[in-house]
Design a protein around this ligand. Structure first.
Ligand code: G6P
Length: 477
């Protein structure tokens, strides 16, 4: 039991922090502020809460070394980091040792829990829960404990702690045991699964994960579907009903910030390039991480089938695919990216002409380019195998300067927000996805306009700062 209290009235805990530091050869460290709705939403909320602390993990050797130097682990004691934080709130980065971090983050969070929650396993081969997997699980427990202890140390008496995502499933229970006085919220940004798939996990691990989460006063999901699946798991595995502790808080957009970013000079420049590239052709756009669950490969197969079966689109459409490199330490991801690249080459070779490139696949960190692609899209394609929400499709609806039509996976959380206005597809069904693309492209802009206007309005949803505040109000009630 911790004997003394810290001083923070509000804390956020997430594996990834609001800024990242990278060592650059022959230069000053590169410090970037985290992007995305979640980070900016929480930033906005924390900035209004004096003394708030964000607890995160040091993700690379540079961050580990800075976190070790930081006075009491507080990153504001490092001048360059403090400058980037603008004094808004404090960041505590945990210098968890590299092996423990790798096993917890790669082995358990990304290669086990993420796979279970998105149903990504090829079951005849994987998973295999053996001795080496158990060592990874032990690391995950230690990594969660490091978070719980740091939070217990930083939190003022009766403080509110908002724990984020599958990296930290065990934290709510551990923290409650250390500090029964705290109000604890937990939010899962991913999808959830029903008990049949969830119980692939070893029995003790399945129980520990669910019991860990149930340590929170409030357990948030983006959709009713994921909340219902979670409750079904706690009933099946623990014979416990989470009842009122579960809440649904769909994350929406900060439209003003989004428009501002998407019209910055670097985006305008990329927009000009892309306009030149596509000419007056129709654009099918998509923006994802290079993430297995995003299902880019079947998206490309659907596009190829569209071009094969509906030759009227030859020369008249361009598919813009922007992918951010992600989780490159996992072999499955490297193999997948190779397969995506190879298929893109095949499509180009099969259909490309001197005047027309049917596909542009860009794998890299081109945020301005990806926003420009959304601005240019006639059709937005999101065919995730499973997705907590998929904010990108919501952003695309708001940013598109044409009359966007949406081809959307029925397995994405966003289907609960804009499904009625989209062409919903089964993400495994390549042929029907090709048909949906054809139908979307075929609809005249004038007839798309009404739905597009409603899409633009509905996609906004609950802006991040309000989304966060609604959870705070509920957890403190
Ligand atoms: C998903 C998860 C986040 C995670 C993000 C990027 O959106 O819900 O928790 O931060 O992916 O993944 P990464 O492994 O790069 O943090």
């Amino acid at each position: 039991m911790t004997s003394s209290f810290g001083s923070a009235p509000l804390l956020v805990a997430a594996n990834r922090g609001p800024l990242s530091v990278e060592a650059v050869d022959h230069g000053e460290d590169k410090i970037s502020r985290g992007g995305g709705g979640l980070v900016s939403g929480m930033q906005a909320a924390l900035a209004q809460a004096p003394g708030a602390v964000w607890v995160c993990a040091a993700l690379n050797p540079k961050e580990r070394s800075l976190a070790r130097q930081a006075a009491a682990g507080r990153m504001s004691s490092i001048p360059s980091v403090s400058e980037a934080l603008h004094g808004e709130f404090e960041v505590r980065m945990l210098p968890i040792d590299a092996v423990t971090f790798r096993r917890a983050y790669n082995g358990i969070a990304n290669a086990t829990l993420w796979f279970v929650l998105h149903m990504l396993y090829e079951l005849p081969h994987r998973p295999v829960f053996d001795g080496s997997w158990r060592r990874q699980w032990d690391s995950y427990v230690r990594y969660n404990r490091a978070f719980a202890e740091a939070l217990a140390e930083e939190a003022a008496e009766g403080a509110t702690v908002m724990v984020q995502d599958y990296h930290l499933f065990l934290v709510p229970r551990m923290l409650r045991d250390l500090r029964p006085d705290l109000r604890i919220g937990f939010f899962t940004h991913t999808s959830w699964v029903g008990p049949d798939y969830f119980t692939i996990l070893p029995d003790d691990v399945a129980a520990a994960v669910l019991d860990g989460i149930l340590g929170a006063d409030l357990i948030g999901f983006h959709t009713h579907r994921w909340a219902t699946d979670f409750a079904a798991c706690t009933r099946a595995v623990l014979d416990r009903d989470p009842g009122e502790a579960v809440g649904v808080f769909p994350l929406g957009l900060d439209v003003e910030a989004l428009h501002k970013r998407a019209s910055a000079p670097d985006c305008e420049a990329r927009l000009r390039d892309l306009r030149e590239q596509v000419g007056d052709r129709l654009v099918i756009g998509r923006v994802d991480r290079t993430e297995l669950s995003k299902n880019v490969l079947r998206g490309l197969l659907a596009y190829r089938e569209l071009l094969r079966t509906r030759p009227e689109w030859l020369e008249r459409v361009v598919h813009l695919v922007f992918n951010y490199p992600s989780r490159e330490d996992l072999p499955e991801y490297r193999v997948y990216v190779d397969a995506v690249e190879a298929l893109a080459v095949e499509i180009e070779e099969e259909f490309g002409t001197d005047d027309w490139s049917p596909l542009s696949l860009e794998i890299g960190h081109d945020y301005p380019g990806s926003l420009a692609a959304l601005r240019l899209s006639d059709v937005l394609l999101v065919n995730s195998l499973r997705d907590g929400m998929n904010l990108v499709v919501l952003e695309g609806c708001v940013l598109s300067e044409r009359e966007p039509a949406v081809v959307l996976s029925r397995e994405a959380g966003a289907a609960e927000v804009i499904g009625a206005l989209s062409r919903l597809v089964n993400p495994y069904d390549v042929s029907r996805t090709a048909v949906a693309l054809h139908d979307a492209l075929s609809e005249a802009p004038a007839s798309r306009a009404k739905t597009a206007a409603r899409l633009r309005a509905d996609a906004v949803g609950i802006p991040p700062a309000e989304w966060f505040q609604a959870q705070l109000d509920r957890v403190r009630a």
